[in-house]
Design a protein around this ligand. Structure first.
Ligand SMILES: Nc1ncnc2c1ncn2[C@@H]1O[C@H](COP(=O)(O)OP(=O)(O)OP(=O)(O)O)[C@@H](O)[C@H]1O
Ligand SMILES: [Mg+2]
Length: 363
């Protein structure tokens, strides 16, 4: 059973549209699919015609039962079409964070609830709210995959850093490392700006970006207005084609990734985001073929000499290491077998308090 949470705290980036139509596409492919609407806005529920749900029959009941009783996910499902069931949401879900946020077990409610379903479904898709609060944390904790929809604007990338930090926190504290993928949504292939943003997103996510892109298609808005998946509303639309491709890509994707590999990929994404947007690479080099150890110590690393500041020697006798640094003016020196040297290749130097000189650079 695969549990996929669709998350990005940026509002309006296509989470719900992806959740509805990926679920419908999976069902069309014969996969038993459950869509859980975890957003108090209840857009996924409305988009599939589930309006006027009683709170007691919504996902709220699962969280409430943490306090008062015991409801199971299977008691709350509504059949939408062959192979597709829905657990609807209700606006009252927005109050539950206040009730449960200080109780540690509150962060595990959804995980426990989906674990109790056992193997009834092939896929569970969770539509998250546009925030990084208690509900999204529950969804990330329950997921073994996270899809991050990204419309081609700088804001959707900026949110991703915080989301990945939350996933990293879950990995470090709870030893749970879901697979993370980016998905380009609302893509306008005729816009130069969208193309520019697409390159940025590609740089950040690399191979973690799903190959399928969801193009901008007004049929999606219309399908939501008529409360149907795109496959019912217009199966021949561009959007139906795109969501079917997305479904095929997800179903056929390589499943052999170990938690450690997944974690390394998340790190790469983090570095990509911050490297791309805020920091620049600075490479330090020092030629000393006979030296045993070379460090670079400066105010950017607290003048530390440890593994994090140690340079690596290449075959030509040159020691090298790169750092990603925020813009600013920095002082540094090389420490070669315990002796301090300013950088012979950098003419910029300033006297220091010890009567010597520090090398200087600006980013
Ligand atoms: N590919 C697309 N082409 C055209 N319109 C789209 C597309 N994807 C989403 N939309 C429209 O953009 C709006 C926002 O999409 P959606 O509700 O899926 O985003 P969301 O991330 O779930 O929003 P929220 O953060 O509020 O939950 C909706 O009106 C939806 O119909
Ligand atoms: Mg939504």
């Amino acid at each position: 059973m695969k549990i996929i949470s669709i998350a990005n705290q940026k509002g309006g980036c296509g989470k719900t549209t992806t959740a509805i139509n990926l679920s419908a596409a999976l069902a069309q492919k014969g996969k038993k699919t459950l869509l859980i609407d975890l957003d108090p806005q209840a857009h996924a529920s409305m988009g599939l015609g589930a309006v006027k749900t009683d709170p007691a029959n919504s996902i709220f009941a699962i969280f409430l039962s943490e306090k008062e009783g015991s409801r199971k996910i299977v008691d709350l499902t509504k059949k939408i079409e062959i192979g597709l069931e829905l657990v609807p949401s209700h606006i009252i879900l927005s109050t539950i964070e206040h009730e449960l946020k200080d109780r540690e077990e509150g962060l595990m409610v959804l995980l426990r609830a989906v674990n109790a379903i056992e193997q009834k479904y092939d896929y569970i898709i969770i539509d998250c709210p546009p925030s990084l609060g208690f509900l999204t944390f529950n969804a990330l904790r329950a997921a073994n995959e996270i899809i991050i929809p990204l419309e081609t604007s700088i804001f959707s990338l900026m949110g991703v850093g915080k989301l990945i930090s939350m996933v990293e926190l879950i990995k470090i504290k709870l030893h749970h490392a879901p697979h993370v993928s980016g998905l380009v949504t609302m893509y306008d292939e005729y816009s130069d700006f969208a193309e520019k943003m697409l390159h940025k997103i590609e740089q950040v996510f690399n191979e973690k970006l799903l190959k399928t892109r969801i193009s901008y298609d007004i049929a999606l808005k219309r399908s939501q207005e008529s409360m149907e998946s795109i496959f019912k509303y217009d199966p021949h639309s561009r959007a139906a084609h795109d969501h079917l491709s997305l479904c095929n890509e997800i179903v056929s994707r390589d499943k052999d990734e170990t938690p450690e590999n997944i974690f390394m990929e998340m790190r790469k994404i983090m570095n990509g985001i911050y490297g791309n947007m805020y920091t620049k690479e600075k490479i330090f080099k020092f030629y000393a073929p006979l030296a045993k150890n070379v460090y670079v110590a400066g105010d950017f690393n607290g003048w530390k000499m440890d593994d994090s500041s140690k340079l690596k020697k290449n075959d030509g006798g040159e020691w090298k290491r790169s750092f990603f640094l925020l813009p600013g003016r920095y002082r540094y020196k090389f420490v070669v077998d315990k002796l301090w040297f300013w950088d012979p290749e950098n003419p910029k130097k300033e006297p220091n308090q010890y009567g010597g000189f520090d090398s200087i650079f600006t980013i």
